[in-house]
Ligand binder design. Structure first.
Ligand SMILES: [Zn+2]
Length: 313
């Protein structure tokens, strides 16, 4: 009997689960709701119940199961401790210990963006590389750094928090983290909308963006249509992101930078705006990095979680 492994990605509204073979072929994937009520105390028991039911359905013995990997929002310390995950209602707890007790299998846990980066390296846009930086451009900017095949989670599980690197000293508005001038205030999907709104308020220059609802999608559509105001917004987005990634590259020297998240649906055109700043600000020996689009979409988390527990096996 081939060994199997579970990958779990806990989001604010749904928990995604997947069961994989050890070489990373997905056997089945499904979702359950994230019950955040009562301080999120049902989430892990729900996950455990769903996994145990699936094991039963599939007729597997526990000895043929490698374990359960799980990605959750917010920092996860290497020992499995989560101090706080606001959108799940969680306070201080040892996530790994609790889930191991519930499922009776080995458990490995990590931050969701870190885990997604691992998934992309294993089976997505970062395949074939062992040193990557992944950025997820969604509501915020998530990040994951992988050096020689290993995730850099850091001392408190905050490794790869690229979205909270300061890129602008003269910012008046605060980021969700409390600081002012974080990358995600400019280069996330919400960040580009904010940049566009500010740009539109500056003058009356005609733009497609003045009609209809402003969204990351409408901005990139306008860029593709040659809209000058939208292009200015894209240039600022790319300036901040490219410069920031040049700094990250000087530290970890990746082979590839994998860009994912909802906004990456805009496609390769984003790279035309990120690369000039990257080239301008990067150290000479890091300049030939490859920019790649993420490929796994919302499944990156379950793939990466599975890989987390497989390790180098
Ligand atoms: Zn921040």
């Amino acid at each position: 009997m081939n060994k199997i492994v579970f990958g779990v990605d806990v989001g604010g509204t749904t928990v995604k689960l997947g069961v994989f073979t050890a070489d990373g072929t997905v056997i089945e994937k499904w979702e359950i709701p994230t019950r955040t009520e009562e301080s999120g105390s049902h989430i892990l028991p729900d996950v455990a119940e769903s996994i145990l039911r699936k094991i039963d359905e599939m007729g597997y013995d526990k000895e043929n199961i490698i374990g359960v990997g799980i990605g959750t929002p917010g920092p996860v310390q290497p020992n499995g401790v989560v101090r706080r995950a606001v959108n799940l209602g969680w306070g201080y707890m040892n996530l790994v210990e609790i889930l191991e007790n519930l499922v009776g299998l080995p458990v490995k846990a990590g931050n969701d963006a870190n885990v997604a980066a691992l998934g992309e390296m294993w089976k997505g846009g970062g395949q074939g590389f062992s040193d990557i930086v992944a950025v997820t451009l969604g509501t915020g900017v998530g990040g994951g750094v992988i050096v020689q095949g290993k995730l850099v989670a850091g001392a408190t599980g905050s490794g790869g928090e690229i979205g909270h690197i300061n890129v602008e000293e003269n910012e008046e508005e605060a980021c969700g983290c409390g600081c002012k001038g974080c990358l995600e205030q400019y280069s996330s999907a919400t960040g580009v909308v904010r940049l566009a709104r500010k740009r539109l308020a500056m003058d009356d220059k005609p733009s497609m963006l003045r009609e209809g609802e402003l969204s990351a999608r409408s901005i990139w559509d306008a860029v593709k249509a040659g809209d000058e105001v939208a292009i200015e917004v894209a240039e600022r987005f790319g300036h901040y992101l490219g410069k920031c990634l040049a700094g990250v590259a000087a530290v970890v020297n990746p082979e590839a930078i994998v860009v994912g998240g909802g906004m990456s649906k805009a496609g390769e055109i984003m790279f035309e705006y990120i690369k000039p700043a990257y080239q301008r600000f990067s150290f000479h020996a890091t300049k030939d990095v490859q920019f790649k689009l993420a490929q796994l979409g919302n499944d990156a988390g379950i793939y990466g979680a599975a890989k987390l527990v497989i390790g180098d096996k």
